[in-house]
Write a protein that binds this ligand. Structure first.
Ligand code: AHR
Length: 502
C-alpha cells in the first residue's frame, strides 16, 4: 500500500501578517449582461420589491456578507454619462453602451444602486468615467452623491427623492485605462496626470473619500509594471490604493497547472507592492500605498458563446460562466492568496456578483441559485475576518507545465481575537491522493475544534444549475485536536474550513 501523503504546518498567534480590511471580500456589479437587468433588478419578478429589486438575490448576497460592491463598471464606465441614470426613470434616455455593444435603458442608476446596496447590507465602491469624461463629471457626481444640500448637484439629488447623501467613501479613478479596448484608452502619462487632477478636485469636494488609481488590467499587459511606476509617479500622494485586475481559466484542461495559478497571482501582488515601495523611496514619502485587487475571478467558459451574441439588445446573457467544482478550488486558493497579502491588499472584488462571471445565477423570471464558487467565497468572507496569520507550511510539491515546486497544501489562517476564533482554510491540490496535515497550534491553548467544513466532489467538472446543485459543502470533515496539534485528513482535490475556538 502506498504511504499516506503528509504535510506539516505551524500556526502561531505571534506570526501576524496584518489586519484584514473587510473590504477584501468585496464584489462587483457592472451594467453588463444580466448583472443588473434580470440580476439584481427585475420589476416583473414575483420576488421583487416595489422598486424592482429581486429579494431572492438580495438574500444570497447577504449570505455572502459582501462588504462592498464596485459599480457601475468595468469597461462600461469609460463611456458612461452618470446623469443619464438619475431623475424620473420614464425620462431617462436609452443609449448605445459601447463597451459591450448593447442598449442601456438606464432604469437603474446611481440612486437605485445606492438603495439596492442598503437593502443588501453592503457599501458602494463608485467608479468615475475617466475615458470619455474627466474632472468635471467626476466632481459633479461626487457632489451629487455625498454633499448634504445647498448646492446644485446635491439639491438635484434631493429633488430626485434622496434627501440623505449616499456617503460613498471609496472611489475608483476610471477603469483599466491601460487597455486599448477601453473607450478613451490613455498612455500612462496621460492617465497619471488626469487621475492626479481628478483626485485633487474630488478631495476638495469631499476630503473624507478614499481613491483608487488604475494599475494594470493584468500582469500580462506589455506595459506592466512600468504603467504602475508612472501612474504612482504622478499620483502617489493623492491616492490611497492602486488597483490590480486578473482573470484565470483552465483553457488547456490541465487541472494541476490550473490550481497552481495562484503562485503567479502571488508574484503579481509582490511585484506591484515592490513598484509602490520603489516610488515611495523615490519620493522620500512616509506613506505606504495599499492595493485594491478590484477585479478577480475565473473567466473563460463563456468566451465562445459571447462571440455569438448580436449587438444592440438589452441585457443579453453575456459572460455567463457556469462554474465547475475545480473552479471553486481555484477561487478558494485565490481568496487565500488575498488573505496572505492582507498587509498590503486592503480591498478586492470578486468580479462579478450576479449572472456575469458570478457566484449567484438567476433565471429571468425564475429562480436564483449558488454556483460552485459561491461556497469558498462565502466561507472566507464570513469566517475570514480578523488578523491574517502566516502559516508556515512544509508540504510535498509537484511540477506542472508552467510552475515548479507547487505545494500540494495551500492554506491561509485568520485569527479573530475578539471572538476567540481561529479559522484555517486549506486546499489539497493533489488530484489523486489525500493529504494528512499536522498543524501545530500550541500557541492557541484551550482552542477546540468547532466545525470542519469540506467542499469535495469526485467530478472536477461538476456544476450547479437551476435544477441540480451537486457541489455544496458538508460539515463531516475529519480532524482532531490533541495536545496542541490539529490533525486534518484532506481528501484529494478538496477545500476545507477548520474552525477552532475556546
Ligand atoms: O468584469 C468584466 C470586465 O473585465 C470589466 O468590465 C473590465 O474592467 C475587465 O476587463
Amino acid at each position: 500500500m502506498a504511504e499516506q501523503l503528509k504535510a506539516r504546518m505551524t500556526v502561531d498567534r505571534e506570526f501576524k501578517i496584518g489586519e484584514i480590511d473587510k473590504r477584501l471580500y468585496g464584489s462587483f456589479i457592472e451594467h453588463l449582461g444580466r448583472a443588473v437587468y434580470g440580476g439584481i433588478y427585475e420589476v416583473d419578478h414575483p420576488d421583487s420589491t416595489e422598486e424592482g429589486f429581486r429579494t431572492d438575490v438580495i438574500e444570497l448576497v447577504k449570505e455572502l456578507q459582501v462588504p462592498i460592491v464596485r459599480y457601475p463598471g468595468g469597461n462600461m464606465v469609460s463611456a458612461y454619462n452618470w446623469e443619464d441614470g438619475v431623475g424620473p426613470i420614464s425620462e431617462r434616455p436609452k443609449k448605445l453602451e459601447l463597451a459591450w455593444r448593447v442598449i442601456e435603458p438606464n432604469y437603474v442608476g446611481t440612486n437605485e444602486f445606492a438603495e439596492w446596496a442598503r437593502l443588501a447590507d453592503t457599501e458602494v465602491m463608485m467608479a468615475v468615467n475617466l475615458g470619455t469624461r474627466g474632472i468635471d463629471a467626476a466632481r459633479n457626481l461626487l457632489e451629487y452623491c455625498n454633499h448634504p444640500k445647498g448646492s446644485y448637484w446635491s439639491d438635484l439629488r434631493r429633488n430626485h427623492g434622496y434627501k440623505e447623501p449616499h456617503k460613498i467613501k471609496t472611489w475608483c479613478l476610471g477603469n483599466e485605462m491601460d487597455g486599448p479596448w477601453q473607450v478613451g484608452h490613455k498612455t500612462a502619462n496621460e492617465y497619471g496626470r488626469l487621475a492626479l487632477e481628478t483626485a485633487k478636485a474630488m478631495r476638495l469636494v469631499d476630503p473624507s473619500i478614499e481613491l483608487v488609481a488604475c494599475g494594470s488590467s493584468s500582469a500580462q499587459m506589455p506595459t506592466f509594471p512600468e504603467w504602475e511606476a508612472t501612474i504612482l509617479d504622478h499620483t502617489y500622494e493623492e491616492v490611497d490604493y492602486l488597483s490590480l485586475h486578473q482573470y484565470y481559466g483552465n483553457r488547456s484542461g490541465d487541472t494541476a497547472n490550473y490550481l497552481a495559478k495562484t503562485l503567479e497571482m502571488n508574484d503579481f501582488i509582490k511585484t506591484v507592492v515592490a513598484t509602490c515601495d520603489y516610488i515611495k523611496a523615490k519620493k522620500r514619502s512616509k506613506k505606504t500605498m495599499h492595493l485594491s485587487f478590484d477585479e478577480w475571478n475565473v473567466w473563460f467558459h463563456s468566451n465562445q458563446a459571447d462571440r455569438e451574441i448580436e449587438p444592440w439588445s438589452v441585457a443579453p446573457p453575456q459572460l455567463e460562466d457556469v462554474y465547475t467544482f475545480e473552479d471553486a478550488l481555484l477561487v478558494g486558493s485565490i481568496l487565500m492568496t488575498l488573505v496572505r497579502n492582507a498587509d498590503r491588499v486592503k480591498m478586492a472584488c470578486m468580479a462579478q456578483l450576479v449572472n456575469v462571471i458570478a457566484p449567484i445565477m438567476t433565471e429571468t423570471g425564475g429562480s436564483a441559485w449558488r454556483q460552485t464558487i459561491f461556497y469558498p467565497y462565502m466561507h472566507v468572507s464570513v469566517f475570514g475576518r480578523g488578523t491574517s496569520l502566516h502559516p508556515v507550511i512544509s508540504s510535498p510539491k509537484y511540477d506542472s507545465k508552467e510552475f515548479t515546486d507547487v505545494p500540494y497544501l495551500d492554506s491561509a489562517v485568520v485569527w479573530n481575537e475578539e471572538k476567540d476564533e481561529l479559522t484555517i482554510f486549506m486546499l489539497n491540490r493533489h488530484l489523486e491522493e489525500g493529504l494528512e496535515v499536522n498543524v501545530d497550534i500550541r500557541s492557541f491553548e484551550e482552542y477546540k475544534l468547532k466545525e470542519h467544513i469540506v467542499l469535495e466532489n469526485d467530478d472536477l467538472k461538476a456544476v450547479n444549475t437551476a435544477i441540480s446543485q451537486p457541489v455544496k459543502p458538508h460539515t463531516n470533515g475529519h480532524s482532531t485536536v490533541n495536545d496542541g496539534y490539529l490533525q486534518v485528513q484532506a481528501p484529494k482535490a478538496s477545500w476545507h474550513v477548520i474552525r477552532l475556538g475556546k
